[in-house]
Design a protein around this ligand. Structure first.
Ligand code: CAA
Length: 390
């Protein structure tokens, strides 16, 4: 593993840091308080090229390597996890899937507009009764002349109210379980597509989250991404990219916690000295730094495998598990350093905690990541009933 950044990667990290400080941080508290999805900011993320960073230039992306992508996502995550969610969903789940699985026509139709931020997309996998058990979808796609009719409900869909296109995963033949799943590119203006905003979230308040219903939504054959039966692989390969992005964003949260805690501890005085003088405060900060750096290394390891085109599912799960849990722990510790001041939004740390909390749930819970890691280590799928005598 190469521990030295190229000049280009260093420049990308610097540009992302400046963009985050200039364009994201000044609006983050107001957006969070108002629970407002900032469409203008999403467009700015597109203009600077952050919504299609790993997508090929041929389709409007930046053709960046995965380390560069992580450096961008880290800085956006340090500034605002709601904005980072736009980057992760759009670049990894939506554009990444279309680029990997789409026909030439689908790529030309959607990728340039998604990469530029002119259009937004969402990823409709999860359902009210189907979360971790992603193969067990209730949404049905029925074959009709020239196309498909889709019926079902999707839940917890980031950007579902603001997207122009939804990747909708549906079962074409329940007897085939995951081998019957298909993925469709559904324009959200389609008749029968309805999205409703989910209110009352603990965090990610400036991120749009939707419940979606599909009532007899008709799409042509050309809307299918890949083939019938590819749906589960489309979803899993998308999550390989999405989990990587979530992990990188969480490194950014850890970094923000360190920065905020160091500067607060240096300024805040108690017992006539800065609280940074106290060993127990230094311990809190040191633990955050170790978690930030370890999480970052795990992200880069997964990124390097992706850049080499090698399998990275397990390494991505390790990075996602560690980075997301670390982000929660760092944010909690950062509040401890800030004392009462950390409990209100004059400082970013209470938002870091609220925003970090969902990352151990979405795109696969920490428990799912552990089962993926455990299965790889033991060769036993703990999701299947135990096989006595096996
Ligand atoms: N890439 C491509 N194909 C893959 C793959 C990958 N990473 N992982 C598995 N597959 C393929 C396998 O090769 C296998 O193919 P065959 O049938 O041809 O052999 C097939 O998929 C089934 O694989 P598994 O046996 O591993 O599948 P499983 O049922 O055991 O998977 C699971 C279990 C890993 C737990 C999976 O269901 C899973 O990841 N669940 C969590 C779902 C999840 O993360 N949901 C979050 C949704 S997104 C979201 O949060 C919303 C948002 O807006 C942000």
């Amino acid at each position: 593993m190469n521990f030295t950044f190229t000049d280009e990667q260093r420049l990308i990290a610097e540009t992302a840091r400046e963009f985050a400080d200039r364009e994201i941080i000044p609006r983050v508290r107001d957006n969070d308080r108002a629970g407002r999805f900032d469409r203008e900011l999403a467009s700015k993320l597109g203009e600077i090229g952050f919504l299609g960073a790993p997508v090929s230039e041929e389709y409007g992306g930046r053709s960046l390597d995965y380390i560069s992508y992580a450096l961008i996502v880290e800085q956006v995550g340090r500034a605002d996890s709601s904005a980072r969610t736009v980057v992760s969903v759009q670049s990894s789940l939506v554009c990444g899937s279309i680029e990997q699985w789409g026909s030439e026509e689908q790529k030309r139709e959607w990728l340039p507009r998604l990469c530029s931020g002119e259009a937004l997309g969402c990823f409709g996998l999860t359902e009210p009764d189907t979360g971790s058990d992603a193969a067990n979808l209730r949404t049905r796609a029925k074959k009709v002349d020239g196309g498909w009719v889709i019926n079902g409900n999707k839940m917890w869909i980031s950007m579902g109210n603001v997207a122009e296109v939804a990747l909708v995963f549906a079962q074409t033949d329940p007897d085939k379980r995951h081998k019957g799943l298909a993925c469709f590119l559904v324009p959200t203006a389609s008749e029968g597509y309805r999205a409703q905003e989910i209110h009352g979230k603990l965090g990610l308040r400036a991120s749009d989250t939707a419940e979606i219903s599909l009532d007899d939504v008709e799409v042509p054959d050309s809307a299918m991404l890949g083939e019938i039966g590819d749906g589960f692989k489309v979803a899993m390969s998308a999550l390989d990219k999405g989990r990587y992005s979530v992990a990188a964003g969480c490194v950014g949260i850890c970094e923000g916690c360190v920065d905020a805690s160091v500067s607060y501890a240096q300024e805040r005085r108690q017992f006539d000295v800065p609280i940074a003088s106290f060993q127990l405060v230094q311990e809190l900060i040191a633990d955050m730094i170790v978690k930030r750096d370890a999480a970052r290394m795990l992200v880069f390891r997964a990124g390097e495998l992706k850049d080499r085109g090698q399998p990275s599912t397990v390494e991505t799960s390790i990075a996602k598990l560690f980075a997301t849990e670390s982000a929660v722990e760092c944010a909690n510790a950062a509040i401890q350093v800030h004392g009462g001041s950390g409990y209100v939004d004059d400082y970013p740390v209470e938002r870091y905690l609220r925003d970090a909390r969902v990352t151990t749930l979405y795109e696969g819970t920490s428990q799912i990541q552990k089962l993926i890691i455990g299965r790889d280590a033991t060769g036993i799928n703990a999701l299947l009933p135990p096989q006595p005598g096996a």
